[in-house]
Design a protein around this ligand. Structure first.
Ligand code: DLL
Length: 427
């Protein structure tokens, strides 16, 4: 990274850097990606009109649908040969959202992730156990490069085989755990099943993200694992993990790395930019990305912009809700439409279904209620439940509970929103 701001850098310097980089990024996108040529023309705007940061509000949004339309590489701004890595967002049914990185993009990402790991309290020489999934999901490799960049010893375990992970933690004595909060709780249970107290392990810090988690979950993670638990936010379209993160000893709020990412919060209905402090939908613009510049990407994540805590960069409030119907279950993005497609493919089921989210675990669990077309035996309904559970695991990548009811028992509802049953939250 060319310039590395620190706590002493002024907010004014960050604004200058942002404007200079924003002008480059918008022009880079416009010159190299036909989609931006078309969408800017349709809105009647041109990169030359970007004279202040506020001028960005006149430019069109980029949406998840644009990624679908230009699947797989149509939004890339560099020749494919310059793309050294491909990732996707989580949730794998149908066509995933595909993202690409040049060698410099990977370098930037490693730099920002290393800032996050450092902000969480890790230091050069620490041992980091990474239990985010490796592979197309950005969690594993994103954390990996960041931890190596910080000079840590990385244990690239990925998720799964919790009993074995407990053994590795006992033997390798890591200082830091990086995982989804749900998987961290699974690990705590795996310790307890072996008769071990997770609070006695070598772990002192947990860096958790990829799904919404509350203060109650933080308290549960901290007391059960005997660690300091910090929040890490990101999304594949903008980079992956490392867009924003909490600082140890901070007062909540996640610092957003504003020298590389420009945040806006908009009213999700009108698209108007809201003043700092007001809650709305987070919209992000990349300032330095080469392979996949994103200009005003609508994240659908609900948050608000908070003033800087230490140093020059603003923060976002914890992300606890979405402005669309996407669910995040155990770190996997799930759209009701994906489930609907799988239900339609499973023989013998009507098109009526209900989704029930419970937060007893204390993270979100999903139960899918479906019904058969004809009166079937209990055994037949159990077979269908097993089959649909397997399909959801295979195609979306998440474990859910399926309950198959008798014909006509699911309440008929016209709209999608009513598919979601009221939440039974414990907090
Ligand atoms: O989940 C990247 C990531 C990996 C972030 C590891 C943190 C740690 P996607 O698969 O593209 O990328 O999913 C992004 O997950 O728009 C949010 O809705 C949700 N999300 C991610 N982190 C958090 C968080 C990764 N800390 C989508 N709190 C985002 C709440 C989160 N929601």
């Amino acid at each position: 990274m060319a310039e590395e701001p620190d706590e002493g850098t002024s907010a004014e310097r960050i604004r200058q850097l942002q404007l200079q980089r924003l002008r480059w990024s918008v022009r880079h996108a416009w010159e190299n990606v036909p989609h931006y040529q078309r969408s800017f023309a349709a809105q009647g705007v041109h990169p030359d009109e970007l004279r202040t940061l506020e001028d960005l509000a006149r430019f069109p949004f980029l949406t998840k649908q644009d990624f679908r339309t230009h699947y797989p590489f149509g939004l890339f701004a560099v020749p494919r040969q310059k793309v050294v890595r491909i990732h996707t967002s989580s949730g794998t049914t149908g066509k995933p959202t595909v993202v690409g990185y040049t060698a410099r993009d990977i370098d930037t990402w490693a730099g920002l992730m290393s800032r996050c790991i450092r902000a969480a309290g890790a230091r050069t020489g620490d041992v980091v156990h990474i239990a985010y999934d490796y592979g197309l999901f950005t969690g594993g490799l994103g954390s990996h490069w960041g931890a190596e960049r910080l000079g840590c010893t990385v244990i690239p375990v990925s998720s799964g085989r919790s009993g074995w992970q407990v053994e590795l933690i006992e033997d390798f004595r890591p200082d830091i755990l990086m995982a989804t909060p749900s998987y961290a709780l699974t690990l705590a249970e795996a310790f307890e099943r072996r008769g071990l107290d997770p609070r006695d392990s070598s772990l002192r810090i947990g860096i958790f993200g990829a799904e919404p988690w509350t203060e109650t979950t933080r308290a549960a993670l901290q007391s059960r694992l005997g660690i300091e638990a910090l929040d890490l936010y990101g999304l594949a379209e903008v980079m992956g993990p490392g867009v924003a993160c909490e600082t140890v000893g901070g007062d909540g709020g996640l610092t957003i790395w504003e020298d590389h990412i420009y945040p806006e919060v908009i009213d999700p209905q009108t698209g108007q930019v809201l003043p700092d402090g007001e809650e709305g939908e987070l919209v992000l613009t990349s300032l330095t990305k080469e392979a996949l510049p994103v200009i005003r990407y609508r994240t659908h994540d609900r948050t608000r912009l908070l003033p800087a805590h230490k140093g020059p960069m603003r923060r976002i409030a914890r992300v606890l809700a979405r402005t669309d119907d996407m669910l995040v279950i155990h770190g996997v993005n799930v759209y009701p439409s994906q489930l609907e497609a799988l239900i339609a493919h499973t023989g013998g089921l009507s098109s009526h279904y209900k989704l029930e989210i419970t937060r007893q675990a204390p993270l979100d669990d999903l139960t899918v209620h479906v019904e058969t077309l004809e009166r079937d035996s209990d055994a037949a309904r159990r077979r269908i439940a097993t089959e649909l559970t397997r399909q959801v695991k295979t195609y979306i990548g998440v474990s859910v509970t399926v309950v198959v009811h008798r014909p006509g028992t699911i309440e008929r509802a016209p709209g999608e929103a009513t598919r979601l049953m009221p939440r039974h939250r414990t907090h």
